[in-house]
Write a protein that binds this ligand. Structure first.
Ligand SMILES: [Zn+2]
Ligand SMILES: [Zn+2]
Length: 259
C-alpha cells in the first residue's frame, strides 16, 4: 500500500511539473521569468547535480571545502531529483551494470524506460543489494544523511515560498518549468546519452558523446568519455568538447576551495 501511494505521489508530482511548465508558456508567459529559470537550471543542474552529486559524491573525483559542499548540496536538493545517498547509489549501480539487465536505467528496453520509466521500478531497485545496503561512504557521512532527509522538505518549502511571495506565474516558471528542464536534461544523459551521438572510446556499454547534450547539462553530455574514465573531473577529452562543470571545478581548485 505504501509503495502504491509513493508511486501515485511521484506520478502526480511529475504531472504537476510538466503541466505547470506548459501552462507557464500558454497562460503566464514572461520572458524575464523564463530567462531566470534557465539561469537557475544551469546553476542547480551544473553545480548541484553534475559537479556535486555526480563528480564529487558518486565518483569522488575531487573534494571540496566543507562549506562549499553544503552550498553545493543545497543547490543539488533544489534541482529536485533525489537526496544525495539515493542519487549516488542509483548512479553507481548504473556504472556497475551499464547496459545489462541489472542496469535499471538501461536503454535496452527503449528510450522512455531509460529516460523516466525506471523511476517507477522501485520494486526492482529495492531488491538489489546496492539499495538494501547502500555504500558505506555515503551512509556514514552525517552531512549526506542530513541532506537525504532535508531533500523533500527543502523542495516543498521552495514551491510554497515561490507561490506565497511570487504568485502563480513565479511558481509555474521558477518551480515547474525550471524543474521540468532540470529533470529532463539529467534524464537525457541516461536515454539520449546511451542512444545517440559519437564515441571516442570502445567501452563495454552503449554510452555516447553529444555536444548538444553537453551544452545543456554542464558537460555531462560527453557520456562516453565519462564511462571511459568515471573518476576524472573532466568529461570533455578532445578539442571542441567544452565542459562547463570542469571549468567550475578548476576555479574551485584555483581558489583553494577544492582539491
Ligand atoms: Zn551511462
Ligand atoms: Zn557517472
Amino acid at each position: 500500500m505504501y509503495k502504491f501511494i509513493q508511486l501515485i505521489f511521484l506520478s502526480l508530482f511529475l504531472l504537476f511539473i510538466h503541466i505547470g511548465a506548459v501552462l507557464a508558456f500558454t497562460n503566464y508567459f514572461s520572458l524575464n521569468l523564463m530567462l531566470i529559470a534557465i539561469l537557475l537550471w544551469q546553476l542547480f543542474g551544473t553545480i548541484g547535480i553534475s559537479v556535486c552529486y555526480h563528480r564529487e559524491l558518486t565518483h569522488r573525483a575531487f573534494k571540496s571545502h566543507p562549506i562549499i559542499r553544503v552550498i553545493h548540496l543545497t543547490l543539488a536538493s533544489l534541482a529536485g531529483q533525489a537526496g544525495p545517498i539515493l542519487w549516488c547509489t542509483v548512479h553507481r549501480t548504473h556504472h556497475k551494470y551499464s547496459d545489462t539487465e541489472k542496469d535499471i536505467q538501461s536503454t535496452l528496453e527503449g528510450f522512455w524506460k531509460s529516460h523516466l520509466g525506471w523511476l517507477f521500478q522501485q520494486d526492482k531497485r529495492k531488491k538489489m543489494e546496492e539499495f538494501i545496503n547502500p555504500p558505506k561512504d555515503l551512509i556514514n557521512d552525517p552531512t549526506l544523511v542530513l541532506f537525504q532527509k532535508l531533500f523533500a522538505p527543502l523542495l516543498l518549502m521552495t514551491f510554497i515560498a515561490l507561490y506565497y511571495f511570487g504568485g502563480v506565474d513565479m511558481l509555474l516558471w521558477l518551480g515547474c518549468f525550471r524543474l521540468m528542464i532540470t529533470l529532463n536534461s539529467t534524464w537525457a544523459i541516461n536515454s539520449i546519452g546511451h542512444m545517440y551521438g559519437y564515441r571516442n572510446y570502445e567501452t563495454s556499454d552503449l554510452s555516447k558523446n553529444s555536444k548538444l547534450l553537453a551544452m545543456i547539462s554542464g558537460g555531462e553530455g560527453f557520456h562516453n568519455n565519462h564511462h571511459k574514465t568515471p573518476t576524472a573531473i573532466n568529461m570533455g577529452h578532445k578539442k571542441g568538447e567544452f565542459d562547463l562543470g570542469h571549468c567550475y571545478i578548476r576555479l574551485l581548485i584555483k581558489l583553494n576551495l577544492a582539491k
